[in-house]
Design a protein around this ligand. Sequence first.
Ligand SMILES: NC(=O)c1ccc[n+]([C@@H]2O[C@H](COP(=O)([O-])OP(=O)(O)OC[C@H]3O[C@@H](n4cnc5c(N)ncnc54)[C@H](O)[C@@H]3O)[C@@H](O)[C@H]2O)c1
Length: 319
Amino acid sequence: MRSLVTGGAGFLGSHLCDRLLARGDEVVCFDNLTTGQRENLAHLESHPRFQFVQADVIQPVLIDGRIDRIFHLASPASPPGYMQRPLETALVNSFGTYHLLRLAQERGARFLMASTSEAYGDPEVHPQPEDYWGHVNPVGERSCYDEGKRFAEALTMIFVRQFGVDARVVRIFNCYGPRSDPNDGRLVPNFVTQALTGKPLTVYGDGQQTRSLCYVSDLVEGLVRAMEAPGSTGRVYNLGNPDERTVLQFAEIIRRVTGSNSPIVYLPRMSPDDPHRRCPDITRARHELNWEPTVQLEDGLRETVAWFRERLGLGAVRN
Ligand SMILES: NC(=O)c1ccc[n+]([C@@H]2O[C@H](COP(=O)([O-])OP(=O)(O)OC[C@H]3O[C@@H](n4cnc5c(N)ncnc54)[C@H](O)[C@@H]3O)[C@@H](O)[C@H]2O)c1
């Protein structure tokens, strides 16, 4: 199969490229390198079935030949990433999604839209099942992202209903793992970098807000299953880990895994739209995709910490 991965130089996209190459696909990655890095793909540079194209998918996508699968992951993904690029974020999820859905229609490719748990906003239903419509501020500073993704979902379903495109949506909940950007302000990169460099761990708010973190290999497996599962056309799937913890608990576990003595400091909440609770209901993915996360938090964190140590030039893991 020939698969197109947009956002393939990013954290999740680069692992997805690895996974698709491992199953024997030819992989073309489109990325404009705004938040992604060539370094994430350095190990694939000379792979005979891999091609990198530096391109902005806000513009029409130019690609020759057959395409069997389109995984649309291109978009800034972290709050600092999208709040610094609100227009680009809104456009990659609107124009970008439109161009890629048209391409899927023209080439008869299957399409997967990488949406987000932020489509639920600051949820009033907990945990969030796919049929919960969400609680989103349509004009808040996060709206470039959450409303951008909601529009992308709507567009995807229009192409399913109106043009018979074989497309599905996955709502990804917070992920972590090697190749996540140390500077993008997300919880695990922040805490791990702070813990490893002896800086205080910065908790925004009282730390009682919850997150559920999914290790990258589990998430990538979910993306592939959602794309390939019979009956997945026109479906929406939550992909994430229902193992919900408070931000403070994550800070404490990361201190333990890194062996750090860094203190925890409290800062004001980053944004009034920052969700209080976040936990996926993955019943549908369990039943229809036979998927659930398998990597335990401490195991995933050990892998992640090892990668960050290397990246920060700190050498091998202690103990
Ligand atoms: N990582 C998570 O926890 C998480 C959670 C929910 C949703 N998602 C979604 O998964 C996808 C990947 O997230 P990630 O964490 O790997 O983020 P990332 O920032 O590491 O990767 C996104 C990639 O998209 C590229 N990109 C952005 N705009 C582009 C454009 N206009 N044209 C071409 N490429 C463009 C970036 O350069 C980057 O390589 C995103 O769509 C994000 O919304 C991720």
